[in-house]
Write a protein that binds this ligand. Sequence first.
Ligand SMILES: Nc1ncnc2c1ncn2[C@@H]1O[C@H](COP(=O)(O)OP(=O)(O)OP(=O)(O)O)[C@@H](O)[C@H]1O
Ligand SMILES: [Mg+2]
Length: 460
Amino acid sequence: MAKEKTIFSCTECGGTSPRWLGKCPSCGAWNTLIESVPDAGPGKNRLSGAGQYAGLAQAQAVMPLAAIEATEVARTASGIEELDRVLGGGVVEGGVVLIGGDPGIGKSTLLLQAMDALQRAGLPTLYVTGEESGAQVALRSRRLGLDASQVNVLAEIQLEKILATVEATQPAVCVIDSIQTVYSDQLTSAPGSVAQVRECAAHLTRMAKATGIAVILVGHVTKEGALAGPRVLEHMVDTVLYFEGDTHSSFRLVRAIKNRFGAVNEIGVFAMTEKGLKGVANPSAIFLSQHSEPVPGSCVLVTLEGTRPMLVEIQALVDGGGPSPRRLSVGLERDRLAMLLAVLHRHAGVACADQDVFVNAVGGVRISEPAADLAVMLAITSSLRGKALPKGFIAFGEVGLAGEVRPAPRGQERLKEAAKLGFTVAVVPKANAPKKPIAGLEIHAVERVDEAMTAVRGLD
Ligand SMILES: Nc1ncnc2c1ncn2[C@@H]1O[C@H](COP(=O)(O)OP(=O)(O)OP(=O)(O)O)[C@@H](O)[C@H]1O
Ligand SMILES: [Mg+2]
């Protein structure tokens, strides 16, 4: 097939130029020209396998919403429960998933396990590897104990060949590991460049929508932690998952950042073992450290990640600082910590202005919800006073600048989870106090920060 001429279009204004220029001739912006393939005109198909998108070209009749049949999306559960949870129930027909994560975190491992499970469930699968050879993938599958795996593997990085193979083999699910290694003949830019990543992902997405094949793209993460390649990639796909985890611990979290077929902020918890990633059904235990007796500076928080309440231990250390004390937090926002210290001083009379304050969420978990505020404050106060909180103690609640304690969403579920795991005392926002007592859980409902401090002192 003759190579088509490419154009360079500006990401700011959309202006085009036949060759690369440092400055956009239309809007004058610098470094915004990106190589792309000009839109194919009518009757022209720029992909091999002419006519494969012909069906899409036919105009659809306009219909009122009520007249359109709302069919449920067809999902297939992979059987890896934690992965299905973040996907919103399983792999969706024609859905495109982007999964990103640090190097070596386990993206290929998880996908190989998922593909094998789907293949065993009777779905034909295709694993396209651009980073490793077929032999390397085979070696991994043996280590994972997936002997006799029927997953089809293709070691290929050229988009047109990949599309042709997909069309020939007709898998139900196709993994591209990774999108950064795939390149299209139509562009002269190097694989991994913004132009290539965008163009290849767009083709694969169109292919998924036209054929109903589910596509899973593996994406690299930049040094800053964002998915490499253009931001537009995240808009193009249906689901964006991030693989997170502390390299020093064996626990890995898969978080849904965007999901057109399910809830976001749902997380899946895995443990990395020699035999691959194993789902952790009861993750609460990981994020609690194992003290036999309570220690000062520690407070257990019930946080809600997606649909599942989790117990996480917040640790604080307040120690004599110098003229410019440090405030450091791991797993929690630092700006929020500074704010909480100010509220603690003004509304509860607890001063740590001349002290270093360190706060850590145990187990490498990242907490973004404000319901952690009360637990952070109680941990700091406990460390400052050198007095442990009572045994079996939990807290949650958002704290405002006026010192008020605001309710957290779905407080009942959080309390029930804590009771189930054997916790006995809780300090919670007044609006979250349950109407009926929860067996085994003593509840102290508070409206203000100072009330919370008084309630805790009364528990000694
Ligand atoms: N024998 C082993 N025992 C335990 N864990 C292992 C073993 N071999 C590999 N691993 C784990 O598997 C990880 C590699 O997983 P994988 O190749 O799936 O990562 P990845 O996210 O695909 O990486 P990349 O970005 O390089 O493609 C290693 O970091 C290591 O933690
Ligand atoms: Mg890999």
